[in-house]
Design a protein around this ligand. Sequence first.
Ligand SMILES: Cc1cc2nc3c(=O)[nH]c(=O)nc-3n(C[C@H](O)[C@H](O)[C@H](O)COP(=O)(O)OP(=O)(O)OC[C@H]3O[C@@H](n4cnc5c(N)ncnc54)[C@H](O)[C@@H]3O)c2cc1C
Length: 313
Amino acid sequence: MKILVYLDLQDGVPTALSRELVAGARRLAGQGGSIELALIGGDADAARNLGASRVFTSTPSPYDPVAHGAYLQGIVADNGFDLIVFGCTTSGLDLAPVLAFRNDLPLLSYCTAVRISGGTVEADSQIYGGKLVSTAEASMPAVLLVNAGTFSEENGSQAENAEIIQLPDRPQSSVRLLSANRPDPNAVDITKASRLLCVGRGIGEQDVIEEAREVADLMGGEIVGSRPIIDAGWLPKERQVGKSGRKVKPQLYLALGVSGAPEHIEGMGGAGTIVAINTDAGAPIFDHAHFGAAVDVADFLPAFKEALARKVG
Ligand SMILES: Cc1cc2nc3c(=O)[nH]c(=O)nc-3n(C[C@H](O)[C@H](O)[C@H](O)COP(=O)(O)OP(=O)(O)OC[C@H]3O[C@@H](n4cnc5c(N)ncnc54)[C@H](O)[C@@H]3O)c2cc1C
C-alpha cells in the first residue's frame, strides 16, 4: 500500500497534526507499505526524519491553494497512491475536495477512525457538526480528510533516509497572499495538555474564572472555555474548545457549567475521562461524561479546590 500525506506547515515545518497523520499513515500502510509526503513551500529537511521514503517539495513560498492544488495534481498523476491523506484544516479542506474531484476519487471527510480491509478503506466520520457519526467505505484509491487527534504522534525521529524530490517551478496562480496573521508565540497550546478544566456559561460570572484557573493549576492542567466564555472575552480564543475552537483529547476533561452542545462535544468527545458538573441532571453533557454530579458550580469549585490543595500541598 502506498500513501501520500499532505503536510500542513507552520513557519515552514510540519505541524503536530501533520506528524500525527504520518504516524497514522504508517500504521495503515503496515509492513511493506510505503509513505510519501508532500511538503510544499516549506523546509523539506524538517520532514526527512518522519519515516517516509520520499518527500516531494518545492521552493519555499506562502500557502496558495491554486499552486498547491496544481503541485498535488502533478504528484498524484505521476506516482499513483492508494490513499491521499489530508488533515481537516483550512488547507486540507481547500485541497482534498479539489484533488478528489479532479481525479474522480472518493473522498471521506471529518474522519475520526480509519480502517483498511483489502482494497477498501472504511472510516468513521463526524457529521452534522459532530452530532452523529457515520461509517462509510470506499474502494481505493481514495482521499481522506482526517480530524486532529485521530492518530497519535510517534515519539522520537524515524529513519532519516527520505529521498527529497524537488518539484518543478511554481505553477501559475491567480491567488496573491496579502498578509498572514501569526498565532501569538506565547499562546498556550491546549491540544498538548493532558488535563483540562473547561468553564461554560453555567459559571455565571467572570469572577469565577480566577478560582477556576487556580483549580486548573492545582490539577496540573490548563483552563479552557466553551464558546460563550470566549465570546464574552473572559478567556482568549486560543482556549476555546469545539467546532470553531480547538479539538482536544486530554486524559482528563473537567466540564463546569457546560451544557454539552454538539459543537462543543465535537472538540472534546474523544477525551480519556470526562467529568461533568451541571445543575441540570438532564444536560446532554452527562450523555458523554464518565463521571458527573448534578451540583452547583458555586458549591463544587471551592470544595474541590480545598480538597485538591490538601492533596497537593
Ligand atoms: C457553527 C457553530 C460553531 C460553534 N462552535 C462552538 C465551539 O467551538 N465551542 C463551543 O463550546 N460552542 C460552539 N458553538 C455554540 C454551541 O452551540 C453552544 O451554544 C455552546 O457550546 C454552549 O455553551 P455552554 O455549554 O457554555 O452554555 P449553555 O449551553 O448555556 O450551558 C450552560 C450550562 O450550565 C448549566 N448551569 C447553569 N448554572 C449552573 C450552575 N450554577 N452550576 C452548574 N451548572 C450550571 C446549565 O444547566 C447549562 O447546561 C457553536 C455553534 C455554532 C452554530
